[in-house]
Design a protein around this ligand. Structure first.
Ligand SMILES: Cc1ncc(COP(=O)(O)O)c(C=O)c1O
Length: 380
């Protein structure tokens, strides 16, 4: 691809490094101080002040009543779905263009994903496609959404805010409400992203974020469940902490729980990261602006935040003309030590999800062949 050299030079000039990763974590605040405090206190594991502190900070930042910190985004989504009532034999609508964890979390519940197309402007679940799918295939019986083709209940819908760009989540919510479907937001990538001035992850019954090493803030690994529903928050806390009934010394567990809690030492790291989140966001938005101007000048499409949205620009992306051009660019940029990645293989093409019901996935297929992520970490 002819333009590769000028793109590589532009990115190298921004980061001024020999090898440029897709998204490196940045520790420039109180990380070491809080980690040392945590180690000195010996409370590095399941008990300690940082987990509570982080849950408070996160809930306040996103405008949710409750936050439950857990071991990673995948476990957060699994528990979010479970507490929203997804059970063995149910179906859950999601987008095919997502990281595999979205579909896996649905599977862990014993439910089956149903794949509905995305919008070209948001890269997230399309409300229009969702509505059409439901009208064509589903009916409401005794307050349940029944998929007439399989006879199963569609219990929940999981839209995902791709690369931090909010999807049309208010329209999706309205459709889910009309069809008695629980809205569970996979906001793993979108901490700091707002839709119509409301934080992503707070539109549905429950939402989740990830703090994996490549995310906008990280705990090494970590996740959080957010909700305004006190009963659900309590249930999520209970399930993710081995379902132990609180007692000073007795061990009594009232159901099969999970050890998904976030260790205090990870939470210490996250508290320090949260303190810098606004700075990271500003830095990333400046980078996106530079990319936008540059790509415009060379005639390559840069993925901008959708209308009505303020994106965290977690991962910047460009849309190339076709698969051949995409493959040439991936080869050339990676060879020149600028890390770039194609968007995910569609979920319905993976062996474990091949038999899932899919609607027409025209947009997802188009994007799958063209979208490439480019380095997006905070520029120091
Ligand atoms: C869309 C999406 N969902 C879920 C996850 C799972 O998060 P984790 O890696 O923390 O388990 C990720 C990220 O890794 C993600 O990008």
């Amino acid at each position: 691809m002819k333009k590769c050299k000028s793109i590589v030079d532009f990115i190298k000039n921004i980061y001024k490094k020999d090898f440029i990763a897709l998204h490196e974590p940045v520790f420039v605040g109180n990380e070491k101080k809080y980690l040392n405090e945590c180690i000195d206190s010996t409370f590095v594991s399941s008990v300690g002040k940082y987990v509570d502190k982080f849950e408070e900070m996160l809930a306040e930042y996103v405008g949710a009543k409750f936050a439950v910190a857990v071991s990673n985004g995948t476990s957060a989504l699994f528990i979010a779905l479970k507490t929203a009532g997804v059970k063995q034999g149910d179906e859950v609508i999601t987008q095919p263009l997502t990281f595999v964890a979205t579909a896996n979390a649905i599977s862990y519940c014993g439910a089956k994903p149903v794949f509905v197309d995305v919008d070209l402007d948001t890269l997230g679940l399309s409300p229009k496609a969702l509505k059409e799918f439901l009208e064509k295939n589903c009916e409401i019986k005794e307050n349940r959404c029944i998929n007439k083709t399989t006879g199963k209940t569609i219990k929940a819908c999981v839209p995902m805010h791709t690369f931090g760009h909010p999807c049309k989540i208010d329209e999706i919510k309205e459709i889910c409400d009309d069809w008695h479907i629980e809205l569970v937001e996979d906001a793993a990538e979108s901490l700091g992203s707002f839709y119509k001035n409301k934080h992503t992850g707070t539109f549905g019954k429950v939402g989740i974020f990830s703090f994996n090493g490549n995310k906008i803030i990280t705990a090494g690994g970590g996740g959080v469940i957010v909700t305004d529903d006190e009963r659900l928050a309590k249930k999520a806390k209970h399930l993710t902490t081995t379902a132990k009934v609180p007692h000073p010394y007795e061990y009594y567990h009232d159901e099969t729980g999970y050890n998904f809690r976030m260790p205090n030492i990870n939470a210490a790291l996250l508290v320090a990261q949260m303190e810098n989140l606004d700075k990271f966001l500003e830095n990333k938005r400046n980078l996106a602006k530079k990319y936008e101007e540059f790509f415009k000048s060379i005639g390559v499409e840069f993925i901008k935040e959708p209308i009505n949205a303020k994106s965290n620009y977690w991962l910047n992306a460009i849309k190339l003309e076709n698969k051949t051009q995409r493959d040439e660019f991936l080869e050339c940029s990676n060879k020149n030590k600028v890390m770039t990645r194609p968007i995910w293989t569609l979920m319905n093409k993976l062996p474990m999800y091949k038999t899932c019901q899919t609607d027409s996935l025209e947009n997802a297929e188009y994007l799958e062949e063209r979208i490439v992520n480019i380095p997006s970490g905070v520029v120091l």
